[in-house]
Structure formats: structure tokens, C-alpha cells
Design a protein around this ligand. Sequence first.
Ligand SMILES: C[S@@+](CC[C@H](N)C(=O)[O-])C[C@H]1O[C@@H](n2cnc3c(N)ncnc32)[C@H](O)[C@@H]1O
Length: 332
Amino acid sequence: MPMLGIKVPLREGEKVRRKLLELGVLATDYKIKKDGKFLIFPVKSPVKGFEVVESEFEPVKKRPSSYREVVEVPNELRTLLPSSFDIIGDIAIIELPVELVSYGGNIGEAILEVHKGIKAVFMKGSKVSGTFRVRELLHLAGEERTETIHRENHIKLKLDVARVYYTPRLATERMRVFEKAKEGEIIFDMFAGVGPYAVLLAKKAGLVFACDINPWAVKYLEENKKLNKVENVIPILGDVRKVAGQIKADRVIMNLPKFAHEFLREAILSTKSGGVIHYYGFSHEENLFEVHEENIKRVAEKLGRSVEVIDERVVRPYAPYQYNVAIDFRVF
Ligand SMILES: C[S@@+](CC[C@H](N)C(=O)[O-])C[C@H]1O[C@@H](n2cnc3c(N)ncnc32)[C@H](O)[C@@H]1O
């Protein structure tokens, strides 16, 4: 259908385009047309002082903003399409309901089409489990590669999403801990993974001891030390029970929410009097903090120490009615 257009010599194009935008009359859903030595701008209404013409304009193709706009799945399943997925470096990891699993390939391709920075798509094949806290991943589309470099809190983290635990969903929490840390502290990251806390905190700390039992996590931690040019991180490969107590830290991080309660003795033994422990746990919504607090106090008492809770917060939902919580407490 013909529309109104404004015809101007080519050399005046940019000036006029800005003017029309400023006046709010440029029809931005349509493409500007070239006609010999002239440009024709699609407009919503005539503008005084310009030559007005009637013309046909091609609509601008809008880039879809979600894979859900382009994916091919039966209509009755569309409402089941997840509205979000994790992005780690250039890898996407999506959780699919069972009804959509057989359309995983289409979903993967649609994600690659819409998100140009993503090069590989995987589906969660299991829950996080075992000592290493990793999950099974099933390849959906793109490169069959699980190693990537992720950027968070101005640091780079090289990791293999199939071999180590890592979630981008804790970036804000890690920054919160960084802000609480003081210059020059000795920090003990008991369950360090590839180093998202350790490498970040090294920017402020005097020394960071970073332990993990997963050899892949420690391999990447070593690489991430170099990648971020931090020399004050000491990676320790093995069971944290073997080193706890030998380290006396100003700040201890216990990011193993599923089992942290089993390591409270080790954490408290590794904390100087007046030092702080960042404890993470999972809780039912009906008892978010008390259950952990009781445990913490009981273990401290047994060791002849006392504790003072300084902050408690919900970090993120974890499962229906379950939350990942954080408790910061001082040990005396
Ligand atoms: C939930 S992940 C946290 C990793 C990292 N802090 C992060 O934020 O990404 C817990 C880590 O603890 C490690 N882990 C589990 N049991 C351990 C133990 N007994 N001693 C040392 N590390 C252990 C696992 O291998 C895993 O990398």
C-alpha cells in the first residue's frame, strides 16, 4: 500500500533522517528507499518545508528477540517452552520438560539462530549430583564442545561445563561477598570450583587458599589464576577435611549448600577469632535460617567457640518451596 514519503537529495540524507526522528514522524518500521540521487523517507505525516511524495516501502524485518518466536514445535506445546536458559560463555544450557525433549534439536537450532554469540546448546540431562556437583548434559545443536570462557564480575573463567560445577546465577552473591571482604585478608574458599569466588576475592585479599576435590576444577582454577593475572591464589587439590584447621583465615567461604552442614567443624577450626564464615545451605520456605543456625551454634559450642550471625539472606529459589540461603557469621 502506498505511504507518504519525503524526498530529499542524497547528500542531505543524514541531516534529514535525524530531523524526522527528532520530530517523531519517521516510520521506522519501513526501509528508507534510494531513488537515483534522492532518498525517500517513509513518514507518518507530511512535514512542512519538504517535498512530499507517495510511495511503496518495504517493511523492516525485525530480529526476533526470543528463540520462542522462531522455534518449530506443535502449537499445543508452545506454552511449555522455557522463557530462559543459562548462558555460560558461548554455551547455552536449557532445562526442557519431558514433552519437549523430542523437539530439543529444533529448540537448540532456534537458540543459535536468535543469539548469535551462542555456539553450542545443551540440555540438562540430570540434576546436579555427586561429590563434584556436576550434571549430565545432552547436546542439542551447534558445536559439540563443552569448554568455554565465561565473563563475570570483570573476571574471566575458563571451564568445562560437563566436568565442573559452575552457575552464572551466583554472580551477584559473589560480588556481595567481595564487597564485604577487607583489603589484605587471608581467605579460605573451601569448595572453590574453577575459582569464581577465589579469583575475584584475590583482587582484594592478601592470600586466598582455594580447595576443591575435583581435579578438573583445580586444573581450570590454575588456568584462571593466569588468565586473570592473580598470583595470590593457592589452589589445593583434595578433600578439604585434610587441610582444614591448618589454615587460619579471616574469611571462609562454604559454597557447598547441599553438604555444608557436614563441614562446619572444619570451617570453624580454620577461622581466626573474629573471622567471618559465609555459609550456604538449602532450606524449606517454612524454616529458612533457624535449622542452619542451630547447627552452626551446636558445632561451635562443641569446639569451645561462639558465633554471632551478622547477615542472612535468600540467594535464589532452588526447587519448589526450597531456597538457597546464605548465613554470614562471625566466630570468636
Ligand atoms: C557447589 S560447587 C561450588 C563451586 C564454586 N565455589 C562456585 O561458586 O562455582 C561445590 C564444589 O565443592 C567441591 N567439593 C565437594 N566436596 C568437597 C570436599 N570434600 N573437599 C573439597 N571440595 C569439595 C566440588 O567438587 C565442587 O566443585
